[in-house]
Structures are given as structure tokens and as C-alpha cells.
Design a protein. Structure first.
Length: 285
């Protein structure tokens, strides 16, 4: 299934449009998506009773452009991000593959949704296409074998980065440089695992103003989704609606020769196989 947030209300994506979950369930689930995600199999069983028509790929392409689509998890308790988690991206940055997940955060106020405008806060504003994990029931000390069972689904994200602020100082402090307003768009919806063949082998691309800049597969990730979820849960408790930006493939602006960065008027189309496309536009700050 696919669960979207329209006008801050959890909605089921079906053929022909969206179903408001709280209204359809007479208040049993929603309107907060965190409530829906925490319900796990109970919610999934209720969805099966609806026998709602499944949207075709063509219908999904139309629905994902809806102007009402918000961030798929507007109020997560925690937002994690994993650095250098694609082998070729580490290489383009002149760095070795990490031996354990490199964790930082994007602060909650940076989150945005479909069609969010990205402010060019410096002349070193960069793009980073990412698959985002949305936590379901969460927990602590989750084993690798059990980790995917704690994941509600997946979404498309952009880890927009102000490279100037990100790398300012020694040692560099990543989080602020990645947390300007709208620097964390996530959308168009949460796609559950049963809709995917293998989340660890999905095509991921990013087009800047129509030019293909990133073109890879999630199979290039150093640490799989299950490994990342398990690693984090051994330190912190994961909660329904928490977001994990799982890393970006090669082709970011900082890694090009010469480097290239975003400018006002640029469009960003980020696509992940089976998850949809996230559309954003760069504007002057």
C-alpha cells in the first residue's frame, strides 16, 4: 500500500485519488500518520477489508503531482541521516568506504514535502538523492533479521546540503549545513515493503533542470537498510514516524570536476524505482 499525507492528514493512495484514513475508519486510525504507522498489521488488515482499487503506474504518476502532498512524516521524533553510504559516492569525494554507519541528523524544521521550494542559501547549495526509511513500530536492540519488520515503508528524499556551512570548522559539523528550511523534502508517500521486490536494489536517479546527474542503484549502499536500522536501535529507541535518510549515490555537485551547485530556477526531480518522484524547485533565499 501507499500512505500519503494530504493537508496534514494520513490518506490511503488508491485508484482515482486518496481516501482520508480517519474518516474511512471512523476514527480508528489517523488522522496523524504516526498513529497509522504505529498500528502495524492491525491497520494493514483494516486496509484489506476496504478492497480499494489499486492505482496503476500511470495513475500514480498523476497523483504524485498533487499540490496538497506534505512531508510523509511531518512530526517525527527523530531524523537520522547516514553519510557516505554509497561506495561510488565515497570514492568521488576521495574518501574510503566507512567501516560503520556514519550518522548525523537533519533537524526537524528542515523537513518539507512534494513541490517544496529549496532556498539557495549559499553558492555551494548541493543536491543528494536519498531513499528514506520510515519507521513503523520501532523499538530498541532490533536484530538485523528483524529490522525490516520494524519499517513501515520507504519514500523519496533529498538531503539538500549547504556545503559551505557543512564543512565550516574543524572537525566539520554536518547537521546545521543540512538543516536550512526545506532542506529535507520527503515524498510523495510511504510505500510499504510488500510493494517492492527488494529495497536494497532499486534504481535511484536525480535530474537537475532535466539533466541526469545521479544514476545508481541502492545495491551500491555500503550498509543495507536492515543493518542501518539495527545499528541505530542498539543506541537509541526508534519510534513510529522516525525518518532515516540512508545516503546518496555518486553524482552530487561537490563531487563533479569542476564542482557544480544549485542556482535559482533549477528544478530537481528525484526518482526511486517503485517509490515515485519527488519534485522541487530552487529559489532565491
Amino acid at each position: 500500500m501507499r500512505i500519503a499525507v494530504l493537508d496534514n492528514r494520513a490518506s490511503l493512495v488508491v485508484a482515482g485519488g486518496f481516501i482520508d484514513i480517519a474518516e474511512a475508519s471512523s476514527g480508528q486510525f489517523g488522522p496523524s500518520i504516526n498513529n497509522v504507522l504505529a498500528s502495524g498489521e492491525v491497520f494493514a488488515a483494516w486496509v484489506r477489508t476496504l478492497d480499494a482499487p489499486v492505482p496503476t503506474l500511470e495513475e500514480l504518476e498523476v497523483l504524485q503531482s498533487d499540490e496538497r502532498l506534505s512531508c510523509v512524516s511531518p512530526t517525527p521524533r527523530q531524523v537520522f541521516a547516514i553519510g557516505l553510504n554509497y561506495r561510488e559516492h565515497a570514492h568521488e569525494m576521495g574518501l574510503a568506504n566507512p567501516t560503520q554507519p556514519m550518522v548525523f541528523t537533519k533537524f526537524h524544521s528542515s523537513l518539507a514535502g512534494q513541490h517544496a521550494q529549496i532556498p539557495m542559501v549559499s553558492d555551494h547549495t548541493d543536491w543528494e538523492a536519498e531513499m528514506v526509511v520510515v519507521i513503523g513500530q520501532g523499538g530498541r536492540s532490533i536484530s538485523v533479521d528483524d529490522a525490516l519488520g520494524r519499517v513501515a515503508g520507504f519514500a523519496v528524499g533529498q538531503d539538500i546540503s549547504d556545503r559551505h556551512l557543512q564543512l565550516l570548522g574543524s572537525p566539520a559539523q554536518f547537521s546545521l549545513g543540512k538543516s536550512w528550511q526545506n532542506f529535507g523534502p520527503v515524498g510523495p508517500w510511504v510505500t510499504t515493503l510488500d510493494e517492492l521486490t527488494n529495497p536494497n536494489d532499486l534504481a535511484i536517479t536525480c535530474d537537475i533542470s532535466g539533466e541526469r546527474m545521479q544514476d545508481s542503484r541502492t545495491s551500491d549502499m555500503v550498509f543495507t537498510v536492515a543493518e542501518v536500522v539495527s545499528y541505530l536501535s542498539n543506541v537509541v529507541e526508534l519510534f513510529p514516524g522516525d525518518l532515516i535518510f540512508t545516503g546518496s549515490p555518486h553524482g552530487v555537485g561537490q563531487g563533479l570536476t569542476p564542482p557544480r551547485f544549485l542556482k535559482p530556477g533549477d528544478t530537481i526531480a528525484t526518482t526511486i524505482e517503485g517509490l515515485g518522484t519527488l519534485f522541487n524547485e530552487v529559489v532565491a533565499p
